[in-house]
Design a protein around this ligand. Sequence first.
Ligand code: NPQ
Ligand code: MG
Length: 369
Amino acid sequence: MKTKITGIELRRIAMPLVTPFRTSFGVETTRDVLLVRVVTADHEGWGECGAMSEPRYSSEYVDSVQHVLRRFLIPALPKDGLNVHEPARVMAPFTGHRMAKSALETAVLDAHLRAADESFGSYLGAARDRVPCGVSVGIMDSVPELLDAVERYIAEGYVRIKLKIEPGWDLAPVRAVRERFGGELPLQVDANAAYTLSDAQHLAALDDFGLQLIEQPLANDDLVRHAALAKRLRTPICLDESITSAADAAAAISLGACSVVNIKPGRVGGYLEARRIHDLARAHGVAVWCGGMLETGLGRAANVALAALPGFTLPGDTSASGRYFATDITKPFVLSDGHLDVPTGPGLGVEPLPDVLDAVTTSVEWIKM
Ligand code: NPQ
Ligand code: MG
């Protein structure tokens, strides 16, 4: 089936966070999100971009995404209609910019699936109708403040806790959470590339705390040192920033650089590539889980559908809307018994609420095809 696009809207929204989110690379207080809306004669499709306002987590940032979409990626789409695999094919000659490509591909896929009356979950191959959810907990000013936050998340029902760490905020918060909530709590940490291999001995002290994994301890482009570190830790290494494609995942697995993969569709260029990584990891017996980039309900809907695939054997960062936003742009995702339901309606299965969307919109650009 061919989707014929009449135009594409690039909409920027500003979403205040319920509390500032601090990681080893910075603090975010408002989520600056680019939404791509693909319009056809009878339908529309939405894609949410995971890029942040500054190039810290990765080299892309919201302005760069909007620019590359307008200047190169949207003009490359065939004018006379396309199937869901064509966006990736025509965008492939442009290097990198995977978050931009992901947002555009997802919007085309959503328009296509809405027209075909099929859900994202069904299309991707979901094996269950709800997914268990973890939560990512930012770096705080003090351990008591952290313990209060973790206690609230556990009370809300989250089934695993991920602590953001950095040099100076690692052993003490992990020890405090273990002492307070016990050894059974599924617990993991995420360094967002804040360490070097010379920290190996320090990081090995985390082995005493029974963590499920340590996520992205070293630099994004350093699979070789991750493999060396893996030999010195009992805690499994999970890669996030380092994995930007199925080819990267294959290299990391065969090098022994990781034994778990965080799959973020935006980082790897879209849900189709995300599914390939899932398939590859599953074939190698490597666990995967679905990461998060502080998505609104639109991106969250697609992530929850992906997280329902059979190889997603660990709870992901697919938290409820309320983890990040007091008001979401869709009907909010609400945790029930630690799970979120996989949407079943056509496409993403959720729509932006027009009044909320208008209230948070900071700019709208229309590109006619
Ligand atoms: C991670 N996400 O796993 C990322 C990093 C991250 C949920 O921990 C604005 C937009 C701020 C995206 C901060 C989680 C962000 C962001 C951190 C992503 O590494
Ligand atoms: Mg991460």
